[in-house]
Design a protein around this ligand. Structure first.
Ligand SMILES: [Fe+2]
Length: 295
């Protein structure tokens, strides 16, 4: 079993466009928010066209609404496919959620009830998307603040069942596991230990905020120590997995984010064996490098 390993990346944010172009920082890859580039012309595409010459790109969406009972939005998928053809990303991802119903967009990533009926529906939706795009996609686990009385299983069993049946990949957000574990009182290690490593293609790391007894997934702080500890556990279990830090508010100067990314690199250097640590595959012109999964 093998997976492509891109190394250590950051979310590409408008605040950093000029820094990235001028300084070509030592970052292995960037993740873009797909919707920010799904408009003809404009500054974001102008910068992305240049940055993608120097860095591998992955695309991360927030609007597919794969779990909604609405039919799939074919206009959205058409625009997404056009962007894929332009950017040539290493892979694309979106969230295992719904964002609206009856064509009303909540602009929020809403959790699903964990039951067989939902699994069947979401699997069918993912298969349709993969058929249309001609490639497997990654689905990301959410952070959540509510549960459904119709849920019949754990979140990790629900996700594992979906990725197996849909034959897709998983973008495992380590911070989201930590946030949901706190909010819903489960052990995050149970979650990580239940995941099938063959399906885990990427990690997200991020910061969060405490609001009374809840944690909100705000992406406006540094990654906290307990999330770094979980990241270490995940690396030990899954081996080398492409890792990136999401920062969407209180965005610091690029060098500061780069220093935070170095913490992830340091943990990986301690956890992974030398063969797995042969990282840095990668500028777009280079050959894809494949790494073994076993730690
Ligand atoms: Fe995430």
């Amino acid at each position: 079993m093998t997976r492509p390993f891109l190394g250590f990346g950051l979310g590409l944010r408008t605040e950093h466009y000029t820094h990235v172009l001028q300084h070509k920082p030592d970052v292995d890859w960037f993740e873009i928010i797909s919707e920010n580039y799904m408009v003809p012309g404009g500054k974001p595409l102008h910068y992305l066209d240049q940055i993608r010459r120097d860095y591998p790109i992955v695309m991360h969406g927030v609007s597919m609404s794969i779990g909604s009972t609405d039919p799939l939005n074919l206009d959205y998928l058409k625009n997404l496919k056009q962007l894929i053809e332009r950017v040539q990303p290493r892979w694309i991802s979106d969230h295992l959620c719904w964002t609206g119903v009856n064509r009303t967009n909540s602009h929020d990533l809403l959790p699903l009830p964990y039951n067989e009926e939902t699994i069947r529906h979401v699997v069918e939706q993912i298969k349709q998307v993969q058929d249309y795009l001609g490639q497997r996609i990654l689905v990301e686990n959410l952070s959540s603040y509510v549960t459904y009385k119709d849920s019949e299983m754990t979140e990790w069993d629900f996700i594992d069942e979906i990725v197996q049946r849909a034959d897709c990949y998983l973008l495992l957000d380590i911070n989201n596991i930590f946030v949901s574990a706190h909010n819903h009182h489960f052990d995050p290690l149970d979650y990580i230990n239940a995941m099938d490593g063959a399906r885990v293609m990427q990690f997200h790391l991020a910061g969060h905020s405490y609001h009374d007894d809840m944690i909100i997934d705000t992406h406006d702080h540094d990654v906290c120590d307990p999330v770094w500890s979980l990241y270490q556990v995940a690396l030990k279990k899954f081996g080398a997995v492409s890792t990136m830090i999401e920062r969407d508010d209180h965005i610091p100067a690029f060098p500061e984010l780069r220093r935070e990314l170095a913490i992830a690199e340091g943990i990986a250097a301690r956890v992974l064996n030398p063969q797995q640590r042969k990282i840095r595959p990668a500028k777009p012109q280079s050959e894809e490098v494949i790494y073994g999964l076993t730690a």
